[in-house]
Write a protein that binds this ligand. Structure first.
Ligand code: 5GP
Ligand code: MN
Length: 340
């Protein structure tokens, strides 16, 4: 079966913390994606199954509507809507399970509350360079998704029989979304062995694909067309594409949370574009996504110029300037980095 990447020490540290916990709060990152929601909800189901009395999932802000079908998604508490309730839960928890993020900065205002909470903290994650805030850190950047780590963890604890169909569906969702439906970061035999187990447990992978990827609104499709036809700027020498959307443009397409999902990946379908950057106005900032192919890191650039970070081929950042100035800042610096 799958190889043992999680160490025995990590396993027993995890089991020890769980044994002492009556109340577990699962936290995941800002703008939760399929892997964040999948790992959090899989854990939520699992911890209930093994008899932890109180389990909650708190996320910083709204998650995309194409993930609302996920089993128990309606149980998730959104800090933006229920700040006080989240605060009380985080303060009173025995254990904070930090899934799919590596730094308390990634969970917005909940980060300060978590830092001050007396709860033990544990990271289960696959982002590079975990910050030093947790009592136990299970960090494997070579894992394509946090969901895969959750599956491994449950199995290594001898609890495979406790993986119910809802848990399997949550795990599959994160594995699928964090690899772009197994189109990048997906050359690992273990991944497919895990999928085989999940399908045996009743996962209908075709149905999940449909629920996650074939759910666009007409407005979203038109926004995509607008991005490609009117907004995509190509820098041929740097093999780079940029799309930047202002608030007004988002408004033109009745922009809803999640509508920008995946737009950054589109220019990579052009045969000689290796880097893609997508910027859009958000509530109080510009949100920036970076993608690249192969051995061309974008996380360092995101961190140096846009207060962000992430993985080698998928990173993000932010800017508190106008869209025009953010584009200018990007253009002033990217040529030294995006040059292969
Ligand atoms: P996305 O472009 O999908 O929002 O983010 C891609 C990846 O970049 C995420 O999985 C996350 O690892 C990372 N990321 C996105 N935004 C930020 C940010 O503001 N700071 C850091 N450190 N990483 C980010
Ligand atoms: Mn992830």
């Amino acid at each position: 079966m799958t190889s043992d990447i999680i160490t025995k020490q990590e396993l027993s540290a995890y089991a020890n913390l769980l044994r002492k916990s009556q109340s577990v709060c699962i936290l995941t990152h800002m703008s939760p994606d399929g892997d964040a929601m999948g790992s959090a909800l899989a854990m939520w189901h699992y911890l209930q199954t093994i008899g932890i009395p109180t389990v909650a999932v708190c996320v910083p802000n709204e998650f995309p509507s194409f993930l609302k079908w996920m089993p128990a998604a309606s149980q998730v508490l959104i800090y933006d809507d229920k700040a006080e309730e989240c605060q009380t839960i985080i303060q009173n928890a025995d254990l904070l399970l930090c899934l799919d993020f590596n730094d308390l900065k990634r969970i917005g205002k909940m980060g300060e509350i978590a830092a001050q909470s007396k709860a033990k903290k544990m990271i289960i994650d696959h982002h590079l360079f975990p910050a030093d805030f947790a009592d136990v850190t299970i960090s494997y950047p070579q894992s394509p998704s946090t969901c895969e780590l959750v599956f491994r963890l449950i199995c290594r604890l001898g609890d495979f029989q406790n993986i119910t169909q809802p848990i399997a569906e949550c795990i599959y969702t994160g594995m699928m979304t964090d690899t772009g439906n197994f189109s990048f970061n997906s050359n690992y035999v273990d991944t497919y062995q895990i999928i085989a187990e999940l399908v045996k447990l009743g996962v209908d992978k075709d149905a999940i694909y449909n629920k996650v990827f074939n759910t666009y609104s007409a407005d979203r499709m038109r926004l995509m067309g607008y991005c490609l036809y009117k907004k995509m700027k190509i820098y041929p020498e740097q093999h780079t594409a940029l799309i930047a959307l202002t608030r007004k443009e988002l408004y033109m397409f009745n922009f809803q949370s999640g509508d920008a999902e995946g737009l950054v990946n589109l220019p990579l379908q052009i045969h000689d574009v290796y880097y893609s950057v997508f910027m859009r106005a958000d509530k109080d900032k510009i949100k920036i996504s970076f993608r690249s192919q192969g051995d061309r890191p974008v996380n360092e650039f995101a961190s140096e110029f846009f207060n962000g970070g992430g993985h080698k081929n998928a990173a993000g950042g932010e800017s508190y300037d106008s869209v025009a100035n953010t584009v200018k800042k990007f253009e002033d610096h990217f040529k030294d980095y995006f040059n292969k």
